[in-house]
Ligand binder design. Structure first.
Ligand SMILES: NC(=O)c1ccc[n+]([C@@H]2O[C@H](COP(=O)([O-])OP(=O)(O)OC[C@H]3O[C@@H](n4cnc5c(N)ncnc54)[C@H](O)[C@@H]3O)[C@@H](O)[C@H]2O)c1
Length: 253
């Protein structure tokens, strides 16, 4: 395997599970020193121990948490070269029945936290001429029935990434975003069982959002990690403001 991140200092959120865990493994395998910020301390510490990395408790719903995480990571690693915003939650709810609490929580964790962490990390990334990769969703540019708050938050992550790329390019800082479709992770499993939601909504969402690629197994978190690593590497040195969708063709029509 290439060692594209030898000696690079990588801060990622959501590394306790799914796409974040696969990404932490990928970066460590390519030589990175990794700090994982996650609300799941037990899960994050297990992954960090496996990789010789570090973990820091991080609750994305707390607006002050991004600054603290950046400070802790800078102390541990002596700076940051790559910031990966991966942590997130998925919530069901149509425009007509999404509660204020669900709307707020989804926006807080899936969008505002990405903004706070990005803002806190920018001075350090300017110093290192580093880069950012955010994880949005195919649902951020193509609505999935019954997921309005999630879709709005993920659309916001795409807009935030483009603004970051536009404003930070002059400092040599790149920002890109990956938009997965369905990926086989604990989040996806929970979403598709949706015990707390109307099964008719789930059926409608599924019918409208099938991958168009026949004969291919479900996307794995490792495949998304490869895309994230590409965008963070020098292989993508000319890519900034890029929206990389990996969804088996779900959003092609
Ligand atoms: N799995 C999919 O089908 C899919 C599709 C599109 C986009 N995504 C996005 O990919 C990202 C990772 O999702 P996943 O499928 O790996 O899910 P996952 O549930 O397996 O992992 C999510 C991680 O985020 C952490 N997290 C959740 N709430 C947090 C909080 N308040 N503070 C800090 N950490 C928190 C969890 O502890 C966990 O480690 C998310 O942003 C998700 O929206 C996933």
């Amino acid at each position: 395997m290439n060692k594209r991140f030898e000696g690079k200092r990588v801060l990622l959120t959501g590394g306790a599970s799914g796409i974040g865990r696969a990404t932490a493994k990928r970066f460590a395998a390519e030589g990175a020193r990794v700090v994982i910020g996650d609300i799941d301390e037990a899960g994050a510490s297990k992954v960090a121990a496996m990789l010789g990395g570090h973990h820091v408790f991080y609750d994305a719903s707390d607006p002050a948490a991004g600054k603290t995480l950046v400070e802790r990571c800078s102390t541990i690693l002596g700076g940051i070269d790559v910031l990966l915003n991966i942590a997130g939650i998925m919530t069901w709810g149509r425009v007509e029945d999404t509660s204020v609490a669900s709307w707020q929580r989804t926006l807080d964790i899936d969008l505002s936290a990405v903004f706070y962490l990005t803002q806190a990390a920018i001075p350090i990334l300017v110093e290192s001429r580093g880069c950012i990769v955010n994880v949005s969703s195919a649902g951020g540019h193509h609505p999935v029935y019954g997921t309005v708050a999630y879709g709005v938050a993920k659309a916001g992550v795409i807009a935030l990434t483009k603004s970051t790329a536009l404003e930070m390019g002059r400092h040599g800082v790149r920002a890109n975003v990956v938009c997965p479709g369905g990926v086989a992770t604990p989040m996806h499993e929970k979403t598709m069982s949706a015990a707390d939601f109307d099964m008719a909504v789930l059926a409608e969402a599924s019918a409208r959002n099938m991958p168009k690629l026949a004969g291919v197994e479900a996307c794995t978190p490792e495949e998304i990690a490869v895309a994230i690593a590409y965008l963070a590497s020098d292989d993508a040195r000319y890519a900034t403001g890029t929206v990389l969708t990996i969804d088996g063709g779900q959003t092609t029509g």
